[in-house]
Design a protein around this ligand. Structure first.
Ligand SMILES: [Zn+2]
Length: 266
């Protein structure tokens, strides 16, 4: 059994065939998905998907509630209340996605930090884990996390694509690391391939970030180019190729880690 800890299932590209996508995930052994909430609206949308499919796919779908750093300028007092309401929903298992993204600064760095800190404070108050994003902002992200770390119960850096120094800074704070199909890219994934073996087995989780980041090691490439949770096995293979563990060992360990991290019924 595998758990995909990052799926953007409210994306319009899944609208037409969501049930078939979930069935293919099951057929590939991907039995639980954590749907990523990236704004108040998208978080509500993924929670609604969890509700809608709870009968047909019992125990399969969970969600995060949060505002992506790109959207951080939308954060206001109402969003704090909305986040709190979302977090109370039984399918919501983490606060996020949140964090800092100074790559394109779709929201100003100041707005991103304000939103990020509000998410952290809510997670601390509710004793929930954080689902974190970071791009080109590791220095500030590490500083902020460091100042809150002793009160945060757990946090995962999802879709980690940073360098070795950044990886070790996160691991030094005892954070978890999420790895996507980025590692399956023979060009831009090279640095990640070289450092992934440094992640302790009990700090590693796997994700597709579907519909984005289709693993390049898939033999039968999807015609529409869309990534989906069934392709998590390609991410698993991409990681196993760089570590001294079999795919089976990695599957067992990452699943156990995700169950514990998100406090899922096993
Ligand atoms: Zn992200």
């Amino acid at each position: 059994m595998l758990i995909d800890i990052g799926v953007n299932l409210s994306n319009a590209r899944f609208e037409k065939d969501i049930e078939a996508v979930l069935e293919r995930a099951q057929e590939s052994g991907v039995e639980k998905l954590i749907l990523t909430g990236t704004s108040i609206e998208e978080s509500q949308a993924v929670v609604a998907i969890c509700d809608q499919y709870t009968q047909k796919f019992p125990g399969m779908l969970y969600a995060t509630g949060g505002i992506h750093p790109h959207d951080a300028s939308s954060f206001n007092r109402e969003s704090a209340t909305a986040l709190r309401d979302l977090a109370a929903h039984s399918s919501v298992v983490a606060i996020g996605e949140t964090g800092l993204d100074f790559n394109r600064n779709f929201s100003s760095p100041e707005d991103q930090q304000k939103s990020f800190e509000a998410h952290i404070e809510l997670a601390i108050e509710l004793r929930m884990p954080l689902f974190l994003h970071e791009r080109d902002a590791s220095k500030r992200q590490i500083e902020i996390l460091h100042s809150y770390r002793e009160n945060i119960c757990d946090a995962v850096i999802h879709c980690f694509t940073g360098d070795k120094k950044t990886l070790f800074s996160y691991l030094d704070m005892d954070l978890h690391i999420g790895i996507t199909g980025w590692i399956c890219d023979e060009r831009r994934g090279l640095e990640l391939q070289n450092i992934v073996a440094n992640i302790p087995l009990n700090r590693l989780m796997i994700e597709t970030d579907a519909p984005y980041l289709t693993p390049r090691n898939i033999l039968a490439k999807p015609k529409n180019g869309r990534n989906e949770p069934a392709f998590l096995i390609a991410v698993l293979a991409g990681i196993a190729a760089q570590r001294n563990e079999s795919e089976d060992e990695l599957a067992t360990a990452t699943t156990a880690t995700a169950i514990k991290f998100f406090n899922l019924p096993s």
